[in-house]
Ligand binder design. Structure first.
Ligand code: APR
Length: 360
């Protein structure tokens, strides 16, 4: 099951358990601790008083009281002291111990704030990395829906360099589509046109637009394929025309299952790497004509570590294309071009740029 990053007030969430970034007394405080105690009411404090406190890196569980969740897991994060006093190990332990308790109490969903990243001063981008690494390690072995809840934009930070690199990548390529131009492109396409992404070479100005091109008929395709250096030449020569025809007719789910086999992956390795839950994967596997969302289709392309062209091919099977007039697509292109297929890092970046996340 997936890890999701959401922006919300954790006290409003109805998941099975929410995690409190507490202090060793467990008797309440400021920040998320204060908000949870305030929303839960006096009963929570009375229950906490019986727990005898909590050590840094450890976790204890109580009822949710007047909160919409069933349980509150209280954990005490490390105070940031420069990073050389075992802070990372203690913070990892907070996530591990909280997830252990969530499992013990049969929680199917749990929500974390960014522990220690507030009053305790842990650098936000590093706190996020520890959270994502710890949670994804747990999710390799267990099925649970885990949220990282970001309270406000200020409390969410990916690495400065990564943010700057992506922003520059977008600036170099982003073309805000002129609505008239877009309309013209659409008018040119015959209504029955099936939008293809691209091996077809586009005239320059159209390169910046949606890579919606005309359905190549094979006669034209073959003549182009004869042109030396044409990308199609490689494709046609490597695959027999029959294979190419079959692959063109393949549905998204057929192409996905073929790629999983070609990569030597198991189904669960693939959907976990795609941050997609088991239920959705079995729908795709059992329905040859399943039509995924664009974010799900791209999540699988990332999990399979496809090249940009292979990604476009797979997207085309689901009726999508990548476009330079879409920041989400450009961020995906950035990560694929840099060979970074860590879907959780990609989701952190998408979240930082206010885009939809990959996977379910
Ligand atoms: N929902 C979700 N996240 C929240 C909320 C909320 N209602 N309120 C605050 N946060 C976020 C903060 O923005 C920060 O990213 O929780 C994260 C953790 O910040 P703190 O609450 O300050 O916790 P921490 O840094 O671990 O410090 C713990 O602060 O409140 C005291 O008693 C607590 O002494 C303990 C210390």
């Amino acid at each position: 099951m997936p890890l999701k990053i959401i922006r919300n007030d954790i006290t409003k969430l109805t998941c099975d358990a929410i995690v409190n970034a507490a202090n060793p007394t467990l008797l309440g405080g400021g920040g998320v601790d204060g908000a949870i105690h305030k929303a839960a009411g006096k009963g929570l404090l009375l229950e906490c008083m019986k727990l005898g406190g909590c050590k840094t890196g450890q976790a204890k569980i109580t009822g949710g009281h007047q909160l919409p969740c069933k349980y509150v897991i209280h954990t005490v994060g490390p105070k940031w002291r420069g990073g050389t006093n075992g802070e990372r190990e203690l913070l990892e332990s907070c996530y591990r111990e909280s997830l252990r308790l969530a499992l013990e109490y049969d929680c199917s969903s749990v929500a974390f704030p960014l522990i220690s990243s507030g009053v305790y001063g842990y650098p936000k981008d590093q706190a996020l990395k520890v959270a994502v690494d710890s949670i994804t390690t747990f999710l390799l072995e267990h099925d649970m829906l885990v949220y990282i809840v970001v309270f406000d934009k200020a409390s969410f930070q990916i690495g400065e360099k990564l943010f700057a690199d992506i922003a520059a990548f977008i600036d170099d390529r982003y073309v805000a589509m002129d609505p008239i131009f877009r309309q013209t492109r659409r008018d040119e396409c015959d209504e029955s046109t099936v939008l293809y992404s691209a091996e077809t070479v586009l005239p320059d100005e159209a390169d910046q637009a949606d890579q919606a091109v005309f359905p190549p008929d094979f006669a034209a395709e073959e003549s182009k394929a004869a042109a030396p250096g044409s990308p199609d030449l490689k494709r046609v020569s490597l695959l027999s025309l029959k294979d190419v025809l079959n692959q063109e007719e393949e549905s998204f789910s057929q192409a996905l299952l073929r790629k999983i086999d070609e990569k030597g992956m198991t189904d669960s390795q693939c959907y976990k790497k795609a941050n997609v839950d088991r239920k959705l994967f079995s729908k795709i596997r059992s329905n040859i004509n399943y039509h995924p969302s664009k974010t799900t289709a791209i999540a699988f392309a990332i999990a399979l570590e496809l090249s940009l062209d292979e990604t476009k091919d797979l997207l085309q099977k689901a009726g999508f294309a990548l476009s330079h007039s879409n920041k989400f697509d450009l961020i995906i292109e950035y990560f694929i071009s840099s060979g970074n297929y860590n879907i959780f890092e990609i989701n952190e970046a998408l979240f930082a740029f206010d885009q939809e996340l990959l996977g379910v």
